[in-house]
Write a protein that binds this ligand. Structure first.
Ligand code: SAM
Ligand code: GLN
Length: 287
């Protein structure tokens, strides 16, 4: 007896059920994304070729991918890529997988930088580079700096900057928060720092266990990085410049309050994400 003949259609049906049994949140979508990755085709191809049999080699590679996903490894770490702001970013387990919520931070910064001539923008904790690379793509006269404490993350950001054509306008620096930019002032500082509280860290979805802990954990109440940033940011903003940070659900008011108390920055706006959660806090240096 040989192996049953698997087709695109039948293996998707089987895999969807297997993933569902393992508690995967979007079993059919994940099966499709992984199969199209293995076949090197887009998802539409799967739909018009349900009856196509899989070759032994394809089947072997797909099985490995399915095994990983069943262990709740995130899809993006299996495929090595994730779409953000309409751009294809490379990702590895050294970086946080960029989230759709973070596009709100990019849009907010873009709106405020639209009129600026050759702005200088700093991204703190850049990870994959998703935020700063997206900004530089949309702002052709802008230049950027991006920092991260993780050298491995910076290597991924460098790849993305090169692949997406902004490497000549971006400087990457390793170091703790604002330390690498001593003496410099920016038109805008953006950051999506780690903001998950100790209590929430203890109850993460299995997928988040594969992401770098140093990209997620924000101390006891999740606000450690905002406290440290608030203290230093004003000195690194030009007059009229702004700091825009992503925050976790329920943190926006506290972050706005602690930043204005600590620094003399003025809270300018709070922007909601697509789910209605207050997601981005903007603080301005008014003089
Ligand atoms: N900016 C990326 C994004 O939005 O997808 C990644 C954000 S991730 C939530 C936070 C990033 O901050 C991680 O890449 C982590 O390595 C970095 N980080 C953590 N502690 C840091 C520190 N003390 N100084 C600079 N970066 C830090
Ligand atoms: N948005 C991420 C999550 O909750 C957390 C990222 C962060 O700590 N900045 O999955």
């Amino acid at each position: 007896m040989g192996e049953p003949l698997w087709t695109i259609g039948s293996i998707l049906t089987w895999t969807k059920q297997y993933f569902a049994d393992k508690g995967v949140a979007s079993p059919r979508l994940d099966a499709e994304v992984l199969l199209s990755h293995v076949l090197g085709k887009d998802r539409m191809y799967l739909y018009v070729n349900f009856d196509q049999p899989l070759e032994a080699g394809e089947l072997a590679v797909f099985r490995e991918a399915v095994k990983k996903r069943a262990m709740r490894v995130p899809v993006a770490y299996i495929t090595g890529r994730r779409e953000f702001f309409g751009l294809p970013f490379a990702v590895t387990p050294a970086v946080l997988i960029p989230r759709p919520d973070t596009e709100v931070l990019v849009e907010t910064a873009l709106r405020r930088l639209q009129e600026a001539d050759s702005p200088l923008v700093l991204d703190i904790g850049t990870g994959s580079g998703a935020i700063i690379v997206s900004l530089l793509r949309k702002l052709p006269t802008a230049r950027g700096m991006a920092t991260d404490i993780s050298a491995e993350a910076l290597a991924v950001a460098a790849d993305n900057a090169a692949n997406l054509g902004v490497a000549d306008r971006l400087e990457l620096c390793r170091g703790d928060l604002l330390t690498p930019v001593a003496g410099l002032a920016f038109d805008a500082i953006v950051s999506n720092p780690p903001y998950i509280s100790a209590r929430d860290m203890a109850a993460l979805e299995p997928e988040l266990g594969y992401e770098p802990r140093g990209a997620l954990a924000g101390g006891a109440d999740g606000l450690d990085f905002y406290r440290r940033l608030a203290g230093g940011a004003a000195a690194h903003l030009k007059p009229g410049g702004f700091l825009a940070v992503e925050v976790g659900a329920g943190q926006a008011r506290q972050v706005a309050a602690l930043a204005t108390e600590a620094t003399g920055l003025a809270a300018a706006e709070i922007v909601k994400d697509y789910a209605g959660v207050e997601r981005v806090v903007v603080l301005e240096r008014r003089h």
